[in-house]
Design a protein. Structure first.
Length: 522
């Protein structure tokens, strides 16, 4: 490729060089040191093969290079819901194969590779989206909510940026209305909020059941798929409770790892979006599901409720479920920028939409803390998925400390799909700020040139994959060095010395990827 003028190359090169050094980056790219310095200073732009290698370097390092150009969201705010579903996620590589250290996690009895996942949302609209994000290392994926009937999404627009909500709102002070806009910021923001108004669209059961089954086949070991269901009662006399149960029964036929019943969604027209405020109906649904779907883990997705109201809801459902997902979006009226008297989302019933992102972080933390407190009092085996306002390792740790077993992201992922990988790497190596280390300025020497060559190649592979060098050394020892030294020593003294070859780079990379993927560290 030629130097893409929309990419801020100097910033990209600076951040890549800061991970190790400009000299190390130049060596990996295959150029002279001075060329990297010129790119970093903005005196020149990388061209052709060098530009391609820099972008691949970003992928290997878990850096989302699109952060260095005008933002391209995974879900296109300026397209319809149907257009996004058909087109698939923007900017995700089909060949993405990150090397991520496992963070062994137990959830609902399943052994997971990490506690990081993706919540039910347009980002999990169908198996194409689920499969893409599974490749990006999101290990607890909840598919988008489905119904017993086909239902279209609300009219465009459906998802907007909220520039005025760039920090967490204290509990009890959430604004009743806020300005929204379709334009995204020029650069990625660590803290951002969004609002959505989709109305929980759904394909027909025959379609989504087949798609859920396909989604499950796209997962890797250590990943799970959760189906999300909601009842529908559009006409007088419709039984919302029984429709909830019917939808969950259909979802169970696809054999997901768990089923999430969605009791909270502020942007639908019917009462299905407010069952959090109807403990009697919520309890009846969960009781019927526990009876009919014996053995299938049932989770309840809740919205924020004041303490006493939440305790009432918890009391109605906790005996019948395996855990909770907390929280869904927060309701607010979204106004068009510059036209405060006019709601942004068109339609007489769409003034109120669901706010997500950093703005709702404290509401989500508060709910998880209360859930954990109630669980310890009544049923300490309940699991909690923490959702809402998570966009950094610090946010994830706050949710774990509050009581969440695992966490799921969404809003931050839409603008930076690699955020989950970045959080995972920091959780796996919390004291590591750089993927490389120096040996205190000392000189490392070798008596065997073959061993020296293998250590040098291992170092390069570890640097490329962003894994600790000691892990690579252990892998080399287990897969090659011990055998090589044993064979060499057994032939020592013979006239013909052993002349084993050093492993090639692709072999070492394969060994490291296998070890990381299976958590075999010793």
């Amino acid at each position: 490729m030629s130097a893409d003028p929309t990419i801020r190359w100097s910033e990209l090169v600076r951040d890549l060089a800061d991970l190790t050094s400009a000299a190390a980056l130049a060596k990996r790219i295959g150029v002279e040191d001075r060329e990297v310095r010129r790119w970093r200073q903005g005196k020149a732009r990388p061209q052709g093969d060098s530009a391609d290698k820099l972008l691949r370097e970003c992928d290997d390092r878990g850096i989302h290079w699109r952060n260095y150009q005008k933002l391209v969201p995974v879900y296109d705010y300026r397209n319809t819901y149907e257009g996004n579903v058909r087109g698939g996620p923007q900017g995700l590589s089909t060949g993405h194969n990150p090397c991520l250290l496992p963070i062994r996690t137990k959830f609902l009895g399943f052994d997971l590779t990490s506690p990081i996942g993706l919540s039910a949302s347009p980002l999990t609209a169908n198996s194409d989206w689920v499969g893409a994000f599974a490749r990006y290392g999101y290990d607890i994926i909840t598919a988008k909510t489905v119904r017993t009937v086909s239902k279209k999404a609300h009219p465009f627009p459906n998802w907007v940026h909220l520039p005025g909500l760039s920090s967490a709102i204290d509990v009890g002070k959430f604004p009743g209305s806020v300005l929204g806009e379709l334009d995204l910021p020029d650069k990625i923001l660590q803290s951002l909020s969004a609002a959505n108004s989709f109305g929980m669209p759904s394909a027909e059961p025959d379609v989504w059941m087949a798609d859920l089954a396909r989604s499950k086949t796209l997962l890797s070991p250590g990943q799970i798929l959760i189906a999300s269901v909601v009842g529908t009662a559009d006409n007088p006399g419709d039984d919302l409770v029984r429709d909830f149960v019917k939808c969950a029964r259909l979802a169970a036929e696809t054999k997901p790892h768990a089923i999430e019943v969605n009791f909270s969604c502020p942007n639908v027209y019917g009462e299905e979006g407010s069952l959090c405020g109807n403990p009697e109906a919520a309890g009846l649904i969960c009781k019927m599901l526990a009876s009919e779907l014996n053995g299938v883990p049932i989770l309840v997705k809740v919205g924020y409720l004041p303490g006493n109201e939440f305790r009432t809801l918890f009391s109605a459902v906790y005996k019948y479920v395996y855990g909770f997902t907390a929280i869904n979006t927060m309701p607010a009226t979204i106004m068009a920028d510059g036209q405060r008297s006019e709601p942004l989302f068109t339609g007489s019933k769409r003034a109120i939409a669901g706010v997500s992102g950093v703005a709702i972080r404290e509401y989500a933390n508060d709910t998880v803390r209360l859930l954990k407190q109630l669980s310890l009092q009544h049923r300490n085996d309940l699991e909690i998925i923490g959702v809402g306002g998570i966009s950094s390792t610090e946010d994830a740790n706050m949710r774990f400390e509050a009581g969440a077993t695992v966490v799921q992201l969404c809003t931050a992922v839409n603008l930076n799909p690699l955020i989950g990988q970045q959080i995972r790497k920091q959780l796996a190596s919390p004291t590591t700020t750089s993927p490389s280390a120096k040996f205190d300025g000392g000189m490392v020497t070798f008596s065997d040139p073959t061993v020296k060559a293998s250590f040098k190649t291992t170092s390069e592979v570890c640097e490329q994959l962003g894994v600790p060098f000691d892990l690579g050394l252990n892998v080399l020892r287990q897969n090659w060095l011990e055998r090589y030294e044993r064979d060499r020593d057994s032939l020592r003294g013979l006239k013909t010395a052993a002349r084993g070859r050093a492993p090639e780079k692709h072999e070492i990379e394969k060994w490291i990827r296998y070890t990381v993927g299976n958590g075999k560290r010793r």
